[in-house]
Design a protein around this ligand. Structure first.
Ligand SMILES: *Cc1c(COP(=O)(O)O)cnc(C)c1O
Ligand code: SF4
Length: 357
């Protein structure tokens, strides 16, 4: 049996299995025992958890918390609102649309790791929202909509599908003349790098008119290992770009050191930071959210000028009307007819001529 299938079959998804990896705290035990929720991770990802630290950034993303029962600020029916599923445009359940030229195509609700902060919690983790995820129905809709040039395949985790299903999706999309790029959103490179097998590489590799881009989700430097580095290298060798979409999570990465180390370490394993998302107001994840300004402050204080421009993600809030950038705005201090006054990351000032239009 392939190692990745074994990893999934041996999912760490009950108290006894979890106890093999960590000394479970009373709060964690209470969360596991009282929440009616899908949870669990791979033995590989579980092995990265800190045995004696309940504040371990990986434990916080994996182990259910009683705090998930609190929901003061979550938007009701969050996913329906967020993905514009209640609008007038008739679309299959699998197609979420916020933009003219691109869509998100949900092909599964299964994941290798059920992230406690998941914004698709209602569908993937709590499972009280049911969607019809019919791949052919989605493909037919995409075929009919010539304005769509970019398809983002998501889930759940689409790389949990078999090689055959992934090959079918890619082949069918490439046959549609108006499709110019295919993207996958998958946590596999982080939580299940064993999935990047010879078989998957065969499916992804080769020069084609329509390229494949991957974005993974890594939220803390502790999630990155030698195995991650090898998996990412394999994907790049197939001609597939690998980016990262982190989520700003209170207690996990909302401090300057953790935030900078995450972005530097991503580049060290060839993953290009793409987005940092504000943690969305989905139900039951209030405890992960910071003030909105926090992400911009972290970019200002941890990244801009402090490390290479390659390590700079865009900080955005994902809303029902698209992603809205929330980048720090401190650089232009003053402007008059003659010149701009600019500030750098250490507070130094400089001036530059203002060219009239
Ligand atoms: C995030 C998202 C996209 C892709 O957005 P990019 O900014 O192009 O990465 C497309 N459609 C939906 C519904 C999305 O949520
Ligand atoms: S891998 Fe993605 S879809 Fe799955 S639980 Fe995590 S955040 Fe949600």
């Amino acid at each position: 049996m392939e190692e990745w299938i074994e990893q999934l079959q041996n999912s760490v998804n009950n108290l006894d299995k979890l106890k093999q990896y960590v000394n479970v705290s009373p709060e964690e035990e209470q969360g596991i025992k009282t929440l009616n929720t899908q949870w669990g991770t791979t033995p590989y990802f579980a092995s990265l958890m800190k045995r004696d630290d309940p504040h371990c950034p990986i434990r916080m993303q994996v182990i259910p918390s009683v705090k998930e029962k609190e929901n003061r600020y979550g938007i009701p029916n969050y996913l329906i609102w967020k993905e514009n599923r209640a609008t007038d445009e008739v679309r299959p359940d699998s197609i979420a649309r916020q933009y003219h030229d691109r869509i998100a195509f949900t092909v599964t609700d299964v994941c290798a790791n059920y992230c406690r902060h998941c914004f698709r919690k209602e569908l993937v983790v709590d499972r009280d929202l049911k969607l019809r995820m019919d791949v052919d129905e989605g493909l037919a809709w995409i075929q009919e909509h010539q304005e769509i040039r970019d398809v983002l395949i998501t889930g759940g985790d689409p790389f949990i599908l078999s090689d055959e299903k992934i090959e079918y999706l890619i082949r069918k999309l490439r046959e549609i003349p108006h499709i110019e790029m295919i993207r996958f959103g998958t946590r596999v490179p982080i939580v299940l790098p064993q999935r990047i097998t010879a078989g998957l590489k065969k499916v992804l590799s080769g020069f084609h008119r329509v390229p494949i881009w991957i974005n993974t989700q890594c939220n803390h430097a502790n999630e990155i290992t030698e195995t991650t580095a090898m998996g990412v290298y394999d994907l790049l060798s197939c001609g597939v770009n690998v980016g990262n979409q982190a989520v700003l999570l209170k207690g996990v990465n909302d401090n300057v050191d953790a935030f900078r180390e995450l972005h530097q370490k991503l580049l060290a394993v060839r993953i290009r930071p793409y987005y940092v998302f504000y943690c969305e107001p989905a139900p039951g994840i209030d405890h992960f959210r910071t003030p909105v300004e926090k992400g911009a402050e972290l970019i200002r204080d941890a990244l801009r000028g402090h490390t290479t421009g390659l390590a700079q993600p865009m900080y955005v809030i994902a809303t029902n009307i698209g992603k809205i950038p929330l980048m720090p705005d401190y650089h232009i201090v003053d402007k008059n007819d003659q010149e701009y006054t600019l500030r750098n990351h250490t507070g130094q000032l400089t001036t530059l001529p203002n060219i009239p239009e």
